[in-house]
Every structure is written in structure tokens, then in C-alpha cells.
Design a protein around this ligand. Structure first.
Ligand code: LMR
Length: 343
């Protein structure tokens, strides 16, 4: 009995020591885990000087200042880590924690963002902003949580222009041209509507495609056209302002919900602050891009008369009808009303 008890004591002593070691290791290990800053990997595809590039960098800096030692943000601009398409999967699998993806590219996951691609629906960024601030706009943040994307905010880039090998004053000038477009069915329909040949392609491939003639033309904002140097490989840019490029700033919802409350609310506040700052300066960054393109003398910028612009508008309008079942005619009417002057 005694021996047994001694043995069991001896055993329990050994066991205790092992347990203590394991506990120490565990605690040591868990302490390290607790103390290690939370890492937010944030890949995106545009250059650091673009509206999105600047917003992402400001987010990183503010997090570094306000959540020092607790959260680290690694921003990977210019598609250096992955394409937008890959980033949707990487976010869902938790390989990256945050993205700011063009609304057009969400078409792969849902039709709910298609309204932003309807040609000539939103005349300018202020109108888009009013629509995004509406109940519908806010509901969009939670609309693809089941695909592991939780929206936190919208960031603007700007309005799109058409660039190509000929001066495109009318839709007829675009007929037969191969256009690079983002991965969106609405944009595909828009190009088909003007008898062009749409090619869905990642941003990183466009310069070479224009250079080699794999595509003839493209649509993008002044800022992207300048920073991606498309003006070097297309002779004309027509200022149509026919569509919008903006972003959903999104996180993986599981990652987001796993954050300590104080960190989550501080990150949320920083995203909101950065959004106001970034959206205020998006238009001027685009204007600067336009001026630098003109100064380069490498692309001629075509300004349309009101009549010419109306011709594009009229030619593309049937796209609204094609997508009105997906989007909802009421919603399209509501969005259109934001752009009309108050009576
Ligand atoms: C594009 O692919 O042209 C845009 O989505 C790039 C961007 O993110 O502005």
C-alpha cells in the first residue's frame, strides 16, 4: 500500500513535472501567440500612387500608429502577390485577411453589384456615393458573407474612359475592336452593344495585350491608365466618363469575428476614417493622371461634344434592360434618380 502509495507519489511527482513542463511550454507558447501582432495581409492590383494604393497605405500607417504591436498590416500593391481573381479565393481560405476589389469583379460571386457597371447610370462620384450610402448600399456589405467576404466600406477610383487605336467619337468607331474588360458580364454586354469584341482579362496582362495587339482597346480610369502606362500603347483616349470603378473593402468574416472587440472596433474606425480621406481625393488623383497623360503627348485625349456623348449613351442604354431582371428595375430607377438634379 505504502510502497504503492510511494510509487504513485513518485509517479505523480514525475507526472507532475511532465505536466508542469507541458504547461510551461503551453503557456510559453500561448503567451508568444498572444503577444505576436495580428497580421493583416492586404494585396491589391493597382500602383501605390493610385486612389486605392494611397488608401491602403494610409490604412497601414494608421494601424501601425494606433494599434502598434497589436496589429501589423502588410500591403502588397501592383498585383505583386496575386491577381484580384485569386484574391477572392485567398480571402475565403484565410490566406489573406483584407482586400479592396473592384465591384465589377464581384460578378463571379453575386449579381448584387452589377448595378455599378451599368453604362451611364452614375454621372459622377458624388452620385455613386449617395447611392452607396443608401440602405441598399449598406446592405451590400453583408450580402456575400456566405462566400466569406464581409464588406466594411466602399472606396472610389473614378470614372472610366475608352482608350484605343482610333479616335472613338461615336460607338461606330468602336465596332470590331477587341476590348479588354474586367471580369463582369455587364461590361461584356456593354461592349457587345457597340459591336466590339470583349475580352475579360486581369489588369496585370493589359499592357502587354495592348502592346502585342492581343487587344486593341480598353476602358479604365485616368489614374489606372496613367499608372499602368496604357497611354504608351494606345494612341487615343476618349473622355466618355461612361462608367465607374470603385472597390469593396472586404475582410474574411471568420477572421474579423475572431478579433478582440477593441481591436475590431479600432480597425473599423480606421477603415471609415481612411474611406472619407480617400474618397475626397480620388477625383483629383484621376485629374492629375489625365494631365500627366496629356503632358506625355503619347495619347491624344478626345473630348466629346454633348451630342456625341448622347450618342454613346443611347447606344449602350439597352444594357440596362438586359440586366434589369438581375438587378431590379426599381433599384435602377432609384439609382438614376440620385443623378438627376432636384426639381
Ligand atoms: C482593373 O482591373 O482594370 C481594375 O479593377 C483595377 C483596379 O483595381 O482599379
Amino acid at each position: 500500500m505504502i510502497t504503492r502509495s510511494r510509487n504513485s507519489f513518485a509517479i505523480s511527482k514525475v507526472g507532475g513535472a511532465v505536466l508542469l513542463c507541458v504547461l510551461t511550454l503551453f503557456l510559453g507558447c500561448s503567451k508568444e501567440t498572444t503577444d505576436a501582432p495580428i497580421l493583416i495581409k492586404f494585396p491589391h492590383v493597382t500602383a501605390p500612387a493610385t486612389p486605392k494604393g494611397q488608401a491602403a497605405e494610409r490604412f497601414r500607417q494608421l494601424v501601425e500608429k494606433r494599434l502598434a504591436g497589436r496589429v501589423t498590416v502588410e500591403v502588397y500593391p501592383s498585383g505583386q502577390l496575386m491577381s484580384d481573381d485569386d484574391s477572392l479565393d485567398a480571402l475565403a481560405f484565410g490566406e489573406v485577411q483584407m482586400i479592396a476589389i473592384s465591384l465589377s469583379k464581384l460578378d463571379r460571386l453575386t449579381h448584387k453589384f452589377q448595378i455599378f457597371d451599368l453604362p451611364f447610370l452614375f454621372p459622377d462620384l458624388q452620385t455613386v456615393e449617395k447611392f452607396q450610402a443608401s440602405d441598399y448600399g449598406k446592405e451590400l456589405f453583408n450580402s456575400i458573407v456566405d462566400r466569406k467576404l464581409l464588406g466594411l466600406s466602399f472606396w472610389h477610383n473614378g470614372m472610366k474612359q475608352f482608350g484605343g487605336p482610333v479616335p472613338m467619337r461615336s460607338p461606330q468607331d468602336a465596332a470590331g475592336l477587341k476590348f479588354r474588360i474586367m471580369e463582369s458580364d455587364v461590361l461584356q454586354a456593354q461592349i457587345l452593344q457597340i459591336d466590339g469584341n470583349p475580352q475579360k482579362m486581369a489588369l496585370g496582362e493589359v499592357y502587354q495585350a495592348l502592346q502585342t495587339g492581343a487587344v486593341d482597346a480598353q476602358e479604365n480610369t485616368w489614374s489606372n491608365t496613367y499608372s499602368s502606362k496604357f497611354y504608351e500603347v494606345q494612341d487615343y483616349i476618349t473622355e466618355t466618363n461612361h462608367g465607374y470603378i470603385g472597390y469593396l473593402v472586404a475582410v474574411n468574416p471568420d477572421f474579423w469575428n475572431s478579433l478582440p472587440d477593441d481591436i475590431r472596433s479600432e480597425l473599423d474606425a480606421i477603415v471609415k476614417e481612411v474611406s472619407v480621406w480617400a474618397n475626397e481625393q480620388a477625383a483629383s488623383i484621376n485629374l492629375a493622371g489625365k494631365e500627366k497623360i496629356i503632358a506625355s503627348g503619347q495619347s491624344e485625349v478626345i473630348e466629346l461634344t454633348a451630342e456625341e456623348r448622347a450618342g454613346w449613351q443611347q447606344a449602350m442604354r439597352p444594357v440596362w434592360e438586359k440586366f434589369s431582371d438581375n438587378i431590379g428595375a426599381d433599384l435602377i430607377n432609384a439609382a438614376e434618380a440620385y443623378g438627376k438634379p432636384a426639381e
